[in-house]
Write a protein that binds this ligand. Sequence first.
Ligand SMILES: C[S@@+](CC[C@H](N)C(=O)[O-])C[C@H]1O[C@@H](n2cnc3c(N)ncnc32)[C@H](O)[C@@H]1O
Length: 272
Amino acid sequence: MDSSADETLHIPSDELKACCAALYSSDLARLLLGESFHPGGLRLTDRLGKLLDLRPGKRVLDVAAGRGASAIFLAQRFGCEVLGIEYGSASVLDATHAAEVSDVSHLVRFEQGDAECLTLGNEQFDAVICECAFCTFPNKYAAAAEFARVLRPAGKVGLTDLTRSGEVPPELQGLLAWIACIAAARHIDDYSHFLEHAGLAVNLVEPHDDTLSAMLHDIRSKLFAAELLVKLKQIHLPSVDFDQARSLARAAADAIKARRFGYALFIATKPS
Ligand SMILES: C[S@@+](CC[C@H](N)C(=O)[O-])C[C@H]1O[C@@H](n2cnc3c(N)ncnc32)[C@H](O)[C@@H]1O
């Protein structure tokens, strides 16, 4: 199975990760997505937390933690300890600040790191979560193997990500679409394949396709509002190509309506 971004986009994997991190630490991402950067938002994170049986005393690793919204939420909601690993240093700083402001610094920490080569010891965590990021990792076998390595025996992975049913339409094949996770979306069975290849047993695959259309609807409304504010000179977003963003959002909306893309949750367990 092909897991190489290079073969799809002809871009070195470090560059791809850096582009992704830059986009998700930008003001545009915050404007369009809010604090939580995945379909289903914190409601779906809550579902993940319940399925993973999180509670006080449990240690959780949030891989590709973005600006920390899920890690902070899980600590507040379930009382667990969370370490968030994130490629983008700017996001790590923002997330650390957000944990301080939310008064959960005693439970939540963030570090810069790469999902494909975690600088963490073996068998340290009861649960690993990864929301809306796995599909963008150039080496998915390496990332899944890292999840399994840092989990304690009987520990669980909770993953949510974009799925696709056919080929990615040509208008959704560019770099921006990849970073926005659309072009990078995998077939639903591929995620189970990567987790099983790492020695994990997949216990649950749960579709949440509706969350994707709801998120895109929200993004398109915010994009419209942002463009209006720029035209009215109320905000300044010099690096944003609104024509490109608008046509990408339109193409994504059409593909989601045609059920070519969806969103799914996966739970997998490490053998005892
Ligand atoms: C769509 S955002 C999701 C963020 C967060 N999980 C959430 O749901 O709010 C994807 C995140 O993955 C991060 N990322 C991408 N590649 C990574 C890697 N190899 N290691 C760690 N983080 C990575 C990006 O910097 C970005 O913050």
